[in-house]
Design a protein around this ligand. Structure first.
Ligand code: NAP
Ligand code: BGC
Ligand code: ZN
Length: 364
């Protein structure tokens, strides 16, 4: 079968040949339909994030997948079921409490491998196997957009952690600010305005970016009741004065100063959820006394959030089912998998998010 991989020496995504995998006991065989590409994939390809499987010179890419069960093996799954696989798997070794509890997303660095990212082959292959417990069943009509369940689940987890950090008192948020108009930021806006999400209802949603208004990733915001803020005119530190303080900030830029500037954008009792994964270093002087005083005197919280578990996938499937398909169409550019695999990872001015198509639902 064909798969798309990067090598240690040649980091250009290319087609490789692999034997189709055989499911072990407790695993099912899945025919992959579509795999999404995100900022993390670009960091993996550049060698800035993740790593190769132990002893391997290639990594099969892809961690945002949707597929169809073609061999349920000895599992309870139904053949033909549409599924989205979770990303983390236990590292080699003994019992692992995080995985045993169904909370692999809370395992510390080094306590997991991530398929398509770090230490385990991903889902850009015609067929993959997975433990049934790590395959989340989706309604059939999510066959086209089910690759978005993984990134939406990341957003759902962030909402959950943010709300948990405000759960000791009556928190009634109504203003949210999303930082970044990349795929993750736009999905956060969609979830906050359209989706039946863990976040609840917000009256006012802003999205901060640094593109011109005619860029597709800004134009798509017109579909929502969300106001675009151009960071080149209003940097994050000036947001609260220029607009209004936000009860919730969701950071999806990976721009390191945003970790601190988010506090300035928050209303008293607000919370910022950080999702971006900056690469390299960034040094800047910060008015620490102000940051510290403001966080304390206004009861502000900042939470970091990475990855997601099966519960977040199920919440994401609900949220995704509620999202406007015109938005999902505008967000997604579908690319054939094997003609020119590197093309799917080339950034251009018209593409917001690429979905690599390995098979259609009709071909299953
Ligand atoms: P992306 O495509 O790189 O999107 C980042 C967006 O932020 C882009 O639209 C970028 O705009 C914008 N941006 C960057 N710096 C900015 C600034 N100073 N002011 C305003 N906008 C700014 O990445 P993504 O796939 O949407 O993911 C977002 C981040 O989350 C990445 O760092 C990714 O690695 C991380 N991530 C984390 C998790 C997790 O589990 N925590 C999961 C998925 C992704 P331009 O393109 O115009 O520069
Ligand atoms: C993935 C997460 C993963 C994180 C860190 C994100 O793009 O969506 O599942 O944990 O990268 O590698
Ligand atoms: Zn991702």
């Amino acid at each position: 079968m064909h798969a798309i991989a990067v090598g240690r020496d040649d980091r250009t995504p290319r087609v490789v040949e692999r034997d189709p995998p055989t499911p072990a006991s407790g695993e099912a065989l899945v025919r992959v339909l579509r795999v999404g590409v995100d900022g993390t994939d670009h960091a993996v390809i550049a060698g800035d994030h993740g790593g190769f499987p132990e002893g391997a010179d290639e990594l099969v890419l892809g961690h945002e997948a949707v597929g169809v069960v073609v061999d349920a093996n000895d599992t309870d799954l139904d053949e033909g079921a549409v599924v989205a696989p979770t990303v983390r798997r236990p590292p080699a070794g003994g019992p692992n409490p995080y995985f045993d509890r169904g909370e692999p997303d809370m395992a510390p660095p080094g306590g997991y491998v991530e398929r398509g990212i770090d230490g385990a082959d991903g889902y850009m292959a015609e067929y993959v196997t997975s433990p049934a417990a790590d395959l989340v069943e989706l309604p059939d009509d999510l066959a086209d957009y089910g690759f978005l369940v993984e990134p939406v689940s990341v957003v759902e987890k962030a909402f959950e952690l943010a709300a948990a950090a405000r759960s000791s008192f009556r928190w009634e948020p109504d203003t949210a600010l999303v930082l970044g108009n990349g795929p993750l930021g736009l999905l956060a806006v969609a979830a906050l305005t359209d989706g039946a999400t863990t976040a609840g209802h917000y009256d006012t949603v802003y999205c901060l970016g640094q593109r011109d208004p005619d860029h597709p990733s800004v134009r798509v915001l017109d579909r929502f009741d969300a106001a675009y803020v151009d960071a080149r005119d209003t940097p994050l530190a000036a947001f609260a004065d220029a607009y209004e303080p936000a009860d919730l900030v969701v950071e999806a830029t990976g721009h390191p100063p945003h970790a601190v500037e988010s506090l300035d954008a928050l209303a008293p009792n607000g919370v910022a959820a950080l999702l971006g994964v900056p690469e390299g270093t960034h040094e800047e002087s910060v008015p620490l006394a102000h940051v510290h005083r403001d966080a304390v005197l206004s009861n502000k919280a900042v939470v970091g959030s990475v990855n997601s578990n099966a519960r977040h996938f199920r919440a994401a499937a609900d949220a995704l089912a509620d999202m406007d398909t015109d938005f999902l169409d505008a967000l997604t550019t579908v690319a054939p998998a094997f003609d020119d695999p590197a093309a799917a990872f080339r950034e251009d001015e018209t593409t917001i998010k690429t979905a690599v198509e390995l098979a259609t639902y009709e071909e299953r």
